[in-house]
Design a protein around this ligand. Structure first.
Ligand SMILES: *Cc1c(COP(=O)(O)O)cnc(C)c1O
Length: 481
């Protein structure tokens, strides 16, 4: 009996040894055709690192495994695993995803997508040298804002313009340039927090200006501003309550009423518009949203807004207004720290050119195209997406359903745009599991899930992504042949 156990142990011991021995040697592995290709494509170091990682993993597997057949299979797959490890090491973590949520400005998914033609033109500019800060006419140093300043002025009616890293930077720079060491009056109804801990009172403190809160949460009157103006007052600030609405018994003072008051004391009226709408959205069935042009026309001295909200461009903070104030900002040391890069400067100009014609803007700026897409067009596209999904052979129901898209990104918070979605009610897999698998696809798909349904709102999905969605579903359902 004892002998038999001893015999078994020795048998097992021997088998493991045999398995270890059948692991290919490193120099043999390096002769493998596909491994050599990997070395060619990446580097010898990267491949060697993966070889060691996978060899160690394999040895540990053999040591722990009781299944000889499985262990042999793992040895067979060694080369494949090495290749996958090398590829995973070089695969960028940041990647394209498909936004099926219907939220157009999705803060977690990169906010405003950049138009393809804008990107292609910018590609030519940023992959080589450019006249970013060079005046070609005069053959000497130029200004990085010069490429889009005239356009911005033409479109908005402002005297001067510049741009910084984002709109949070705009507010910081404006306050620091115009109100450092002094007081700025803001209505209590506008002391907002935007996502990511951007709070007006905190930005104010950073800028070196002191906040003077006036009025109440729901009502602020003209006299509230008037009574708080002192020798120390450097500006009146209006902030668009981007991501919430105060409704009911409310009152606020519009810019055109503040302008004469500020004029009397020779101080500027600053307006932070948040999203920066340049066209009248009510023409497209959306709620009316005050435009940048109106703010300037009503006499605001300085206006700022985001580049990647409803404006539909790159991340930036756009600042426009009276030349004497913009000049102060351009001279501020902070500007150097907050300045935009060449990519942003290039794309801003391209996007602004679209705004020279409203028709072109709505066609060529992705965010505007999405929010203005008519319902019947969305319905047509949803039917085509549903057909592509059904054709994968997926188990379960695939329907075309009505849904509501949102703007998101802290813009028009109450707005709901009627839209259409492909709705999947899968069988043989739960909705949470399917959603998780969709997130792990090579091109992840982010759907909206409602109870037992996976919804893909076509408003935020390009036609060319339908094929990718079908391929992804085939892969995650194991329908690949
Ligand atoms: C979104 C927003 C900001 C911040 O803009 P970013 O471009 O995200 O930095 C500032 N103020 C208002 C009113 C906003 O809506």
């Amino acid at each position: 009996m004892y002998g038999a156990i001893h015999q078994n142990e020795r048998q097992e011991h021997m088998n493991r040894n045999m398995l270890y021995r059948s692991i290919p040697k490193v120099d043999v592995l390096l002769q493998d055709e596909s491994i050599r290709e990997m070395i060619e494509q990446y580097s010898r170091e990267a491949v060697m690192e993966s070889v060691h990682i996978e060899m160690d993993r394999l040895r540990r597997f053999i040591a722990d495994s009781e299944d000889e057949v499985e262990a042999e299979e793992q040895i067979q797959r060694l080369v494949l695993h090495i290749i996958r490890t090398v590829e995973a090491m070089h695969a960028p973590n940041m990647k394209k995803v498909i936004n099926g949520t219907g939220t157009v400005l999705h803060t977690n998914l990169g906010r405003a997508p950049i138009g393809r033609t804008h990107m292609e033109k910018a590609f030519q500019i940023v992959t080589g040298y450019s006249n970013l800060e060079y005046n070609l006419e005069q053959g000497r140093r130029g200004e990085r804002y010069s490429h889009f300043e005239k356009l911005l002025c033409k479109i908005t009616g402002a005297e001067a313009a510049m741009a910084v890293n984002n709109n949070a930077s705009s507010v910081l720079l404006i306050l620091s340039s115009l109100a450092e060491g002094g007081e700025v009056i803001v209505s209590r109804g506008e002391l907002i927090e935007i996502g990511g801990k951007f709070r007006i009172p905190d930005v104010m403190e950073q800028s070196g200006a002191s906040l003077v809160e006036v009025g109440t949460t729901n009502k602020t009157h003209f006299s509230d501003y008037e009574e708080h103006i002192t020798e120390e007052t450097k500006a009146l600030l209006k902030v668009h309550t981007s991501n919430y609405r105060v409704v009911g018994f409310t009152e606020s003072v519009p810019v055109d009423e503040l302008v004469p008051l500020a004029g009397k004391y020779d101080i500027p009226v600053i307006e932070d518009l948040g999203s920066g709408v340049l066209i009248d959205l009510s023409k497209y069935g959306l709620s009316y949203e005050p435009t940048v042009q109106e703010s300037i026309a009503k006499g605001a001295d300085v206006v700022c807004f985001s580049g990647d909200k409803l404006f539909g461009g790159p991340q930036a903070g756009i600042i426009i207004g009276k030349k004497k104030y913009i000049d102060q900002m351009k001279k501020n040391q902070l500007t150097r720290a907050l300045r935009i890069d060449k990519f942003t400067a290039a794309v801003l100009e391209l996007v602004l050119q679209e705004y020279l014609s409203e028709e072109k803007a709505v066609q060529n700026i992705p965010v505007l195209r999405m929010i203005t897409e008519p319902l019947d067009e969305a319905a047509k596209r949803a039917r085509s997406l549903a057909r592509a999904i059904r054709a994968t052979g997926i188990q379960g129901r695939v329907d075309v359903v009505s849904c509501e898209s949102q703007i998101g990104g802290g813009s028009l918070p109450l707005e709901r745009i009627p839209s259409m979605a492909a709705a999947i009610r899968p069988e043989g897999i739960s909705v949470p599991e399917m959603e998780e698998r969709m997130r792990h696809l090579p091109v992840p798909i982010i759907p909206r899930t409602v109870n037992d349904t996976i919804m893909l709102d076509v408003r935020t999905i390009e036609n060319e992504d339908f094929k990718l969605i079908a391929a992804g579903i085939r892969e995650l359902m194991g329908l690949v042949k």
